[in-house]
Design a protein around this ligand. Structure first.
Ligand code: HEM
Length: 180
């Protein structure tokens, strides 16, 4: 079970971080918008008790991922595709990193400035602040919509490659089968 990537396949470490991050981002978008829309303080705090630890986990995974690519591994060769598609894919991947780091920074910023951590995790939800009183709330809301758009675009492009072009793109981002 190679942890590093080859010229044709992502390695186990990259595959694990990729799919774990994908699942956590879906959970973050769901819990984030539910927290943002919740009118009731107890419900908002309940969503945030899930959202915040997941957000911190994605931050750690993203830092590990950046260090992994920088110091330990090399991406597989790109599949043959028009230059504009390759450039677009690279731009979307870079934007993912920027938006994830920005979301984590603005999320931590909201918590530090509002001092809401002990309220959310300590159980006295009635004192929950209005996060819109703090500057990082605005970019966090924009970033939430941007990451949702990136996610739809990225997943749509992967499905197009897999099922329309049939170039086996998804198989590169999965664990090797025993015959490989
Ligand atoms: C790293 C990935 C993250 C993603 C993708 C994400 C996503 C979101 C989304 C989509 C919303 C709803 C925005 C809206 O309703 O306009 C939201 C709200 C929120 N997020 Fe995050 N978030 C992340 C990290 C964090 C972290 C690390 C923290 C705290 C340390 C955090 C704290 C919050 C808070 C407090 C709200 C609710 C604000 C409110 O109720 O008005 N988020 N998040």
């Amino acid at each position: 079970m190679p942890s590093k990537s080859t010229a044709t396949h992502y390695g186990n470490a990259a595959v694990t971080i990729h799919w774990l991050t994908a699942i956590l981002i879906i959970a973050l978008i769901g819990s984030g918008f539910n927290a943002g829309d919740a009118e009731n303080a107890a419900a908002k705090a309940a969503f945030l008790r899930v959202h915040i630890p997941l957000g911190v986990t994605v931050l750690v995974l993203t830092v590990v991922r950046i260090l992994w690519w920088f110091f330990a591994d090399k991406k597989p060769d790109p599949l043959p595709m028009p230059v504009w598609q390759d450039r677009m894919a690279r731009a979307v991947h870079l934007l993912f990193y920027i938006v994830i780091l920005g979301m984590a920074a603005s999320g931590v910023g909201m918590m530090v400035l509002s001092g809401a951590g002990p309220i959310i995790f300590g159980g006295s939800e009635s004192a929950l602040p209005d996060f819109w009183d703090f500057k990082p709330r605005f970019p966090h809301g924009i970033g939430g919509r941007l990451i949702l758009a990136l996610f739809v675009f990225h997943a749509g492009a992967a499905l197009y490659h897999q099922f329309v072009k049939r170039d086996g793109l998804l198989g590169r981002m999965w664990f090797p089968r025993s015959k490989d």
